[in-house]
Design a protein around this ligand. Structure first.
Ligand SMILES: Cc1ncc(COP(=O)(O)O)c(C=O)c1O
Length: 375
């Protein structure tokens, strides 16, 4: 953890729960990712952490943005992004939303259906999202988005016929641990491009780059090599003669910049129910820890000031909801001397946390966000 985060967390009097973000970590991850993918245009996926200070920093560093709604467009414009640097990546849009985004200056959209394609105006770049294998992702899409390859080819041809500028995109699922997933997805996408007669399309390889939560993950360079291999394979097969690369990282830019500080409300022994202690925190599923659903994302934990021998625990949130249990199956051990009132920090919690908090379920307010580091 950085010195700036440690210094902020050293003040133990601040009300919890809260998220603290270090902008210097975001800048560092951006620099590393841009170096691993020098040939790609980076579009930050705003949904991962729409904190204005993060958006301002990334806009200043030159990233574009992947947005999903009118409010995210406004957030990016307010942060200094130019409308031409935005990609509207959500193929589910309300009637009129394409026209409104176009009027705001957005010129790149993602689509995956003929129904949506009909809304787009000539001259815009339309990336057809193709369905790819997302095995290896901690949070797969289960087919929610993406046209099957034959339909993707039809959509690409239809887009060209309507005077749009067609390209391709996919998402291999977030927290994707397999570089091979990108290699295969690139081949699937560029095969469709070739069939639609596109020699050198825009290819947006989405997000998905993983973060070392509690286990190491392959380096960004391994994913970049896999993407390049996929493009070389497509060239060798005669599908295309190249592709203009885009990348939409969310988690990989912001997760490690954040610490979510909680307080243990109660540490209970539950004779006859569980041999483990139950630790109830003041933040749970509805205060930013939505990605604990299915125990998909398991954050590293630390308990400042306690160092006793550890024993197994179940971690739960503060609300009356039965779903508000964070980790029941995932093994966690916390110090035996943990007491109610102690802080419990969730590390690498900068992505998909504060923006997921409910507005007040059970009377618990949204998660406050603090920012440290260089604006
Ligand atoms: C269209 C799109 N692009 C990019 C991302 C960012 O993905 P990640 O945070 O895994 O990098 C997402 C996340 O779900 C997405 O839906």
């Amino acid at each position: 953890m950085t010195g700036a985060l440690e210094a902020f967390l050293a003040d133990r009097t601040r009300a919890t729960p809260y998220l603290v973000l270090d902008l210097d970590v975001v800048a560092d991850r951006y620099t590393r990712l841009a170096a691993a993918f020098p040939e790609a245009r980076l579009l930050y996926a705003v949904k991962a952490c729409p904190e204005p200070a993060v958006l301002r920093l990334l806009a200043r560093l030159g990233t574009g943005f992947d947005v999903a709604s009118p409010a995210e467009i406004d957030l990016c414009l307010d942060a200094g992004a130019s409308p031409g640097s935005l990609c509207h990546g959500n193929p589910v849009r309300a009637p009129g939303a394409v026209a409104a985004a176009h009027a705001a200056g957005v010129r790149r959209f993602v689509t995956d259906s003929a129904e949506d394609l009909a809304d787009h105006l000539p001259g815009t770049s339309v990336l057809v999202r193709i369905l790819v294998d997302d095995r290896g992702s901690a949070t797969p899409f289960f087919g929610k988005f993406g046209a099957a390859p034959a339909e993707a080819v039809r959509l690409l041809r239809a887009a060209a016929a309507r005077g749009l500028d067609p390209g391709l995109t996919f998402h291999v699922g977030s927290q994707q641990s397999r570089p091979q997933a990108y290699r295969e997805a690139v081949r699937v996408a560029l095969r469709a491009a070739g069939k639609a007669g596109l020699a050198h399309p825009a290819l947006d390889v989405g997000g998905g780059l993983p973060v070392p939560y509690r286990a190491p993950v392959p380096a960004p360079e391994e994913f970049a090599d896999a993407v390049r291999d996929g493009i070389s394979g497509a060239r060798a097969a005669g599908d295309v003669d190249g592709a203009d690369l885009l990348l939409e990282p969310g988690r990989a830019l912001v997760a490690e910049a954040g610490v979510l500080r909680t307080t243990a409300l109660r540490v209970s022994r539950r004779p006859g129910v569980d041999h483990r202690r139950w630790v109830y925190l003041d933040a749970g599923r509805y205060q930013g820890l939505a990605e604990t659903e299915g125990e998909y994302i398991a954050y590293p934990l630390r308990v400042p000031g306690r160092g006793g021998a550890s024993g197994p625990v179940v971690l739960a949130g503060p609300t009356c909801d039965g779903d508000d249990v964070l980790y029941r199956r995932t093994p966690y051990a916390l110090p035996g001397d943990l007491r109610a009132g102690d802080h419990v920090d969730l590390l690498h919690a900068g992505a998909y946390t504060a923006s997921y908090a409910s507005v007040g379920f059970n009377g618990f307010p949204p998660l406050p966000v603090h920012v440290v580091g260089t604006p």
